[in-house]
Design a protein. Structure first.
Length: 299
């Protein structure tokens, strides 16, 4: 049997995913099929493993065929939407409640399917994400944080299954207005929050935050000493962030990194590849990312 994988691009970033994957079998809107095993594609929001093309005779036949494979399915329906919804309604319901941060993600296998045309399914019983179409949604805090940027941090930490806790020292570079610092203090960590711009007053008042009004790029790692985690959501060109990260890696004073690589204008694939090449790295476009990737290294 021919090996293939279907990679679902993040919304708005099909071109970036296509650049990573190279030659394709075919594209179905955001879903890109490539021959061979799954690619390590940062811009894939979800990867369908060994998808199968299944002819169907009717809506009922489609539902029967999917139920015969397994119980839990998520639909991707960029075309033939009404017909796809009629099939979905004949399948067992799958809960898609927003996740409370700190809870374990779903563990039951979740397959994905789509209608290539009215009489043809593409279905994969196993995917890399436990969330429908890779969309990790949370129960949000509407009053505490000064922005929604903390959702990227929650998603990254949920993805890796680790997070700071009491006794951990976290360095938050480019922290203003303070969404990530707010989230880290809620986890019980002590935060060194660094930015030339001030923190939101509601964050600045929190215990456990040491605010340093200086440039993240001028900060000397040796002057800070050892920290357990380095976080950065700073706005800068990717090459400048890479230079900052390399300086901290060379200093050897931190093992765990979570950094947002923000692209301004065209996507800098070359610098993204240099981040990915750092030993122990993970590079992902999170559901809550915009034109950016999240780089993670746990040491």
């Amino acid at each position: 049997m021919k090996t293939r994988a279907a990679h679902l691009a993040a919304e708005g970033f099909v071109a970036e995913l296509a650049h990573e994957l190279g030659p394709l079998e075919f594209a179905h809107e955001r879903l890109l099929l490539a021959a061979g095993p799954p690619h390590l594609a940062a811009w894939a929001q979800n990867v369908w493993l060994d998808p199968e093309i299944i002819p169907i005779a009717s809506i009922g036949d489609a539902a029967r065929r999917l139920r015969a494979i397994q119980r839990n399915w998520a639909v991707y329906a960029p075309r033939h939407h009404r017909r796809a919804m009629l099939i979905r309604d004949r399948l067992p319901s799958v809960s898609a409640k927003p996740l409370v941060f700190g809870e374990k993600p779903p563990e039951a296998p979740l397959g994905s399917w789509t209608l290539l045309d009215p009489n043809t399914l593409l279905a994969a019983p196993h995917c890399t994400s436990a969330f429908p179409n890779g969309e990790m949604r949370f129960v949000e805090d509407r009053t505490g944080p000064p922005s929604r940027a903390y959702l990227k941090l929650w998603e990254a930490l949920t993805l890796i299954g680790q997070r700071p806790g009491p006794g951990d020292v976290c360095l938050d570079l480019g922290s203003s207005p303070g969404g990530w610092s707010w989230a880290l203090t809620r986890m019980g960590a002590r935060v060194i929050s660094v930015d030339k711009a001030p923190l939101d007053p509601s964050v600045a008042r929190l215990s456990g935050i040491e605010y340093r009004r200086e440039s993240a790029f001028a900060l000397d790692p040796i002057s800070v000493g050892c920290v357990d985690w380095l976080f950065s959501d700073v706005v800068c060109y990717p090459a400048r962030l890479l230079a900052l990260v390399e300086r901290w890696l060379e200093a050897g004073t931190c093992r765990r990194f979570v950094c947002t690589i923000k692209f301004q204008g065209t996507t800098d694939h070359a610098t993204a590849a240099r981040f990915a090449a750092i030993p122990g790295s993970t590079l992902r476009h999170l559901f809550h990312n915009r034109h950016e990737l999240t780089w993670i290294r746990l040491g």
